[in-house]
Design a protein around this ligand. Structure first.
Ligand SMILES: C[S@@+](CC[C@H](N)C(=O)[O-])C[C@H]1O[C@@H](n2cnc3c(N)ncnc32)[C@H](O)[C@@H]1O
Length: 199
């Protein structure tokens, strides 16, 4: 799989990944990580855990992927083709403010993402998804109906809901992703958090 560090990219195989993960029991995946700010923030905060950020777009990752954090790794991949090297490793997934094909896949137009999420995660793994109104409206849904649809898709694939709640501008401001800050100060700061767990 292709990993990125600043302007350089490197291929990392099963063995190389296993070496990076020695000593970490919790491996977290941030899908559609954007500029990687959330991964860096969490890696600094929880040095006992390993954080992997994945995005299809490399440009936004240049700056944060250069940071020397032993427990963080950035991978360039499409969410619909998650690297085989990750199979069975991930204990928790975050998907923060998805848009485009990542959001479309969650809404169920393609089944490859949800089935790959089952493959890359461990038993009893959990997923936290944060959805914003504008992205869902662009995809042809309301915030509420889109969140309900994503919940249905996940529930049908073996992920049971543990929470489904609203986020307001105050909560968005306190959330450590670049997009959350943008939304918090934007014209439609409504979002929903959906949490599910593998059955
Ligand atoms: C609105 S941004 C959110 C970025 C970040 N999670 C945050 O909260 O700041 C959505 C991200 O999803 C990524 N994305 C969209 N479709 C994707 C796909 N199919 N595979 C991987 N990443 C995708 C985009 O490149 C973009 O970085």
């Amino acid at each position: 799989m292709e990993t990125i560090r600043g302007r350089s990219s490197h291929q990392l195989d099963f063995t190389g990944l296993a070496e990076r993960l020695v000593g970490y029991n919790h491996i977290r995946l941030d899908l559609g990580t954007g500029d990687g700010r959330f991964v860096c923030h969490m890696a600094e905060k929880r040095q006992d855990r390993f954080f992997i950020g994945i995005d299809a777009c490399r440009e936004n990752l240049r700056a944060n992927s250069q940071r020397k954090l032993p427990n963080a790794l950035f991978i360039i991949a499409s969410a619909q083709a998650l690297p085989q090297e990750l199979n069975g490793l991930i204990s928790h997934v975050t998907i923060n403010f998805p848009w485009g094909s990542l959001l479309e896949s969650l809404l169920g137009s393609e089944d490859s993402l949800v089935s790959r999420l089952l493959s890359v995660t461990r038993p009893f793994a959990s997923i936290d998804i944060h959805l914003n109104a504008e992205a869902l409206v662009t995809a042809g849904w309301t915030l509420e109906s889109g969140a309900d649809q994503i919940e249905r898709v996940l529930n049908a694939d073996g992920w049971k809901t543990t929470s489904h709640s609203w986020m307001d501008a105050h909560l968005l401001r306190s959330f450590a992703t670049t997009w959350a800050k943008r939304l918090a100060f934007g014209r439609d700061p409504r979002a929903i958090q959906l949490s599910v767990q593998k059955e």
